[in-house]
Each structure stands twice: as structure tokens, then as C-alpha cells.
Design a protein around this ligand. Sequence first.
Ligand code: DSN
Length: 487
Amino acid sequence: MTSSSPSGQGADYAATASEAYRAALRVIESVEPRVAEATRKELADQRGSLKLIASENYASPAVLLTMGTWFSDKYAEGTVGHRFYAACQNVDTVEALAAEHARELFGAPYAYAQPHSGIDANLVAYWAILATRVEAPGLAELGAKHVNDLSEGDWEKLRAKLGNQRLLGMSLDTGGHLTHGFRPNISGKMFHQRQYGTDPATGFIDYDAVAAAAREFKPLVLVAGYSAYPRRVNFAKMREIADEVGATLMVDMAHFAGLVAGKVFTGDEDPVPHAHITTTTTHKSLRGPRGGLVLATEEYAPAVDKGCPMVLGGPLSHVMAAKAVALAEARRPEFREYAQAVADNAQALADGFIKRDGSLVTGGTDNHLVLLDVTSFGLTGRQAESALLDSGIVTNRNAVPADPNGAWYTSGIRFGSPALTTRGFGADDFDRVAELVVEVLSNTQPAAGPNGPSKAKYTLADGTAERVRAAAAELLDANPLYPGLTL
Ligand code: DSN
């Protein structure tokens, strides 16, 4: 494994993991060989491409192997020590470990490891805020202790109140997430929602504009956090805005949790001391298993703790176990080196684009992602994404602010440094990646469509994909994924 890798124990570790995977694949093969084959092929494909999707990473064999156990077979609705099923003593152990590591890592008073995904974590947070700020005072006003004590009429009044609350979040096209109040998502249907954007001139968050929108709209929930904003956020300022209008500050740090864990984002840029509730996924820059996590203040902890059965089904105990392993890895000193390298490498990628005349949203980055506006190459995001994929470069298209091509075709490509940094790529490698991306895009042309240039079809100049794949292979071979792991 490389110095940035989660488990750098060298040859013994790789040999042991190889044995484990070979045995596992033989077992799978005996039942459904096509799944074993696809599993082998997935590793080969991931090894053989430049993975630049900002929300992906490579978890350690320890994290991955932890997911493949009999914890998957156990129902464990409830909370640690307080379950609706018998025989949850071992689930209690792993869930308590995951929560303990999360509290220690992020300095949070309370952690909830059950959410299955980021959207689940955000739903738990939203309903915890509604339960704390609307349901509990509503019950007190009606002189009741529990919703089941209410008459039909009073329950309907309380339900109407729960459904009549406001949320202010960052708009999707300026980098927010669809769970931050986007109308097609449940968050935009549950709440009266309004969105804040970024300054059209700079692409940066304009805190005065956010404050003005909050004063006017008076949301119950102010959401900060992003999935495609290439800059740091001042969460102290966001909390001031929330406090001024009486809102609860919820921060979704799914994308940058690894930079918080690795102490790259500290002080005003660390959301945990400022937010009432912080949510995250565990599989992006945090480099854990696919899942969610909620951190909360003491005030919101009791409501978050009821995430299951409030909005979640039975917890995925095998994934909670893997969260405990990943969070233990993130508490090691090496993880801080990794997180710093993620930020440095994103900077090198951005610089690599800028020096080759690439146009970047906000003009650069200071987190783990870079958003390249590909209209300067005459392309849509969709064409650019496909041409890059042909050339062995895996990215995803993304809207840019006020995107003229909409959310499907888009005008941008989002790049992230977490995955290749795990492989051991350094700043020079990321500069070379920028060069290869520009080579592909410069050799791509939109094809003709029925009414002018197509937004989806394209032609890639002969030989480009082969040339770039060969150059990428040199980088990939020098920075192998799971080195020493053989199937
Ligand atoms: N799908 C994730 C991302 O790619 O950013 C967010 O949900």
C-alpha cells in the first residue's frame, strides 16, 4: 500500500488480503460464477482507470472485508442497549465503537451511525429538527407527552404544523445537493424551500446575500454544505446567520468530511463546533464504507437517536462495523497526511487546468474538487464526460452556476482528488492528469444533431483515446491500487 493508503502494513497485509479475497471469490463462484467474474472485473476496471469522481474513493481491504460478514443477517432496530430484537449484543458493540470513533474524531458530543446513506442521514437530521423544534413544543402546548395521546383533531393540527416549515439551502446549480431543498427531492416537498446561490461575478458564497435571504425568509432550517462547490465555507458565519433568524444550522459535510477528520478544515471551516447537526456520508473523502452518519449537539441528540424507526429501516450492522473500522483508520496520524495531500493535489489539478487555459468555476479550488467549465472547448458536460471515459478518465458531468445546458447535459465536469490520492498520486501526477484531460477535450468536437450541434454526440480525433490511455497507464502503474493484492 502507498503512504497515503489506509492500511500501509506492506507485503504481509497485502498477502493476507489476497488470500481472503481469493477464498471469498471461490465461495461466490460456487453459487453464481458471473457475480465472481464481475467482481474480479470491477477491480481490474478500477485499477485501470483514472478515477476522478469527487465523491468516490478506495476503502481499505479491512473496511471492505468487514462488510462481508454475518452482521448482515441481524435485525437491530432501536439503539445501543435498547433494541426491539433479541441477541443484539454484538451489534451493540460495533455500533457503539462506530459512534465512539466518530465522536472522538470529530469532537462531537453525539454520533449516530445508523443512516444507510447521505440522504438518510439528512432525513434523520431534518426530522430530528422538526421533532425538537415543532413536535415537542406542540405536544407541550397541547398538554400531551406522546403523539399517541393526541385526539385525531389535535394530531392533524400538529401534522399540518410539521408540514408547514421552511428550509433555506444552497441551490443545486451553484453546488448544493438535491437533498438541500431541491423540489424534485423529498426535502423540497417536505419544506417550503428557498435556495441561496453564489455571487455571479466570483462564484463564491456571498454571506451577506445568505443573511439577507435568511432575514426575509426566516427558515426553521439553514443548510450549509455542498457537493460541487470548490471552496471552503465559513461555518461560523453560517451559524451567526442561523442564530440571528432563529434557524437551526444543519451542515452536510458528506463531500469534505475527510478534510474535517484530517484537520485540513479547522476553526471556522470545521462545521462540527458550529452546526447544531452535521451529517455526512462515510464513503467519500472519509474513505469508509458506503453509508451515512449524523453528529449532533446534546439538544438534538435524543431526536436523532430515534432515526430508526423515524425514517430508517433496520440498521445495516455489517456496514456499521465497517464504519467503526474506517473511523479507526481516520483517527490515525497517516490520515492527516492523506487529507492534506487531497487538498494539495486538488490545488495542483486546478493549477494544471489554469495554466492550460481551462476555465474553472470560482477560478480555482481550496478543497478536494475542481469544476471545469467545458464550454470553452465547445462541449457540453455530457460530451466531455463521454470522451474522457473513452480515454480511461472517469469523471462526472456537473452543472455550473446558471447552467445554459441544464442539469442533464450540463456545462461542467467535476473532478475530485480523494481517490487518486489514496493510490499515492502527488502534485506532479495531478498536473499530468490535467494535461491529459485537456488533450482529450481539445481533440473532441460536437457531432451534428438534427437541429445544429448535438449536446450528446461527439467525435474524438483518431488516436487520442489510445494515446491518453497509454499515458494514463504509466501513472496508474506507478501508483498501483491495492498493491500486492492478487486474486
Ligand atoms: N452522489 C453524490 C455526489 O456525487 O456528490 C452526492 O449525493
